[in-house]
Design a protein around this ligand. Structure first.
Ligand code: ADP
Length: 334
């Protein structure tokens, strides 16, 4: 589906995996979440028990999957991975849960997209470490409780607000990941360049960081594109002119906005006169799913002060018009 398409394909996934920090102290930025998580983990290790379930929320590419892997690594256990959309029936989830070994970490990506029956099964499993296996059919059916060894669920969601309260309440710890500052992204880039063994100048790192939408996944992706440029059209060295030239080729603008971001701004200003316009209408105008617009493009546009959310819909703020080179309409104007 379009959300998956917009965030990762196979070679990109492999390239990403190679750059993932493995331990908490390699994880750049997010100091608050890192501190809190390290306490949760250390305390659990000290007690020799599985820690509370962990919910991680935030826009795509900020490190939720990476943190889930780190949690398992720090606990010295293995990670099992699934996702809300991958679980079609409650039975699929029951099968995953009943195969867990003691102390394992179960990562459920896009947990807000679990179907209701699976969600209900999950509450019980998280709370009581039990699944009810239904045997037989119709009037003769009965539920046999199957107890599970203690385990830890790490849930990830781009929209914590969408999680039903009973599910949210089963998580003992919730970490909110926010966009990264430019200097943090520079550290991500320097680390990645080291792993990729490419020479990256400090000013080139700063340039890439400033155009990465506050997102490590994008920073790493742009780094690979700059490396391609340097290899094919440059001298292999990642200096500032190479970074600028490559970013120009890939149409990443000064603010780091990409094609989808610009399409959203463009539709908002030119087609809808600055709004307010509903999310669904806006998504149709740019040919994307509403969820993609809401979770991939919008959080950054809102943070940058380009787009506002009002009860009547999305509106373009003055910097959006300026960014498109359009005149900012007067308030209450035609
Ligand atoms: P999410 O699950 O939130 O979409 P990921 O955990 O898959 O994001 O992270 C995307 C990529 O960004 C990973 O390959 C990882 O290398 C990189 N990354 C994310 N957060 C950090 C961080 N804090 N430090 C270094 N690299 C990071």
């Amino acid at each position: 589906d379009s959300l998956v398409r917009a965030t990762a394909d196979e070679p990109e996934r492999a390239a990403e995996a190679a750059l993932r920090p493995r331990r908490l102290d390699e994880f750049v930025g997010q100091r608050v979440v890192r501190d809190q998580l390290s306490l949760v983990l250390e305390a659990a290790l000290g007690r020799g028990r599985a820690p509370d379930h962990v919910l991680l929320s935030g826009p795509p590419g900020l490190g939720k999957t990476t943190l889930a892997m780190i949690i398992a690594a720090e606990l010295g256990t293995s990670l099992r991975v699934t996702s809300g959309p991958a679980i079609q029936h409650a039975g699929d989830l029951a099968a995953v849960l009943s195969s867990l070994e003691e102390g394992e970490v179960l990562f459920i990506d896009e947990i807000h997209r679990l179907a209701r029956p699976a969600e209900e099964l999950l509450y019980v499993a998280m709370e009581d470490f039990r699944v009810d296996v239904v045997v037989g059919k119709g009037a003769g059916a009965s539920a046999i409780p199957l107890s599970l060894p203690p385990f830890t669920v790490v849930g990830a969601t781009t929209r914590a607000g969408l999680l039903p309260a009973p599910l949210r309440d089963r998580f003992g710890f919730t970490g909110h990941l926010d966009f990264y500052a430019d200097d943090e992204l520079e550290r991500v880039l320097v680390r990645s360049a080291g792993l990729l063994d490419v020479p990256l100048d400090a000013d080139a790192a700063a340039e890439i960081a400033s155009r990465s939408r506050g997102t490590p996944r994008i920073a790493n992706r742009l780094l690979r594109r700059v490396r391609d440029w340097a290899q094919v059209r440059g001298d292999g060295h990642l200096h500032l002119p190479a970074a600028r030239a490559a970013l120009e080729v890939y149409e990443v603008d000064q603010r780091g906005l990409d094609r989808l971001d610009r399409a959203v701004l463009d539709a908002l200003c030119r087609r809808f006169g600055g709004g307010p316009v509903g999310l669904t209408t806006l998504a149709v105008a740019v040919g994307e799913e509403p969820e993609t617009v809401e979770t991939v493009a919008e959080p950054f546009l809102v943070r940058e002060g380009l787009v506002g959310r009002t009860p009547r819909g999305r509106v373009a703020l003055a910097p959006a018009w300026e960014h498109l080179g359009l005149e900012v309409p007067l308030p209450g104007g035609t």
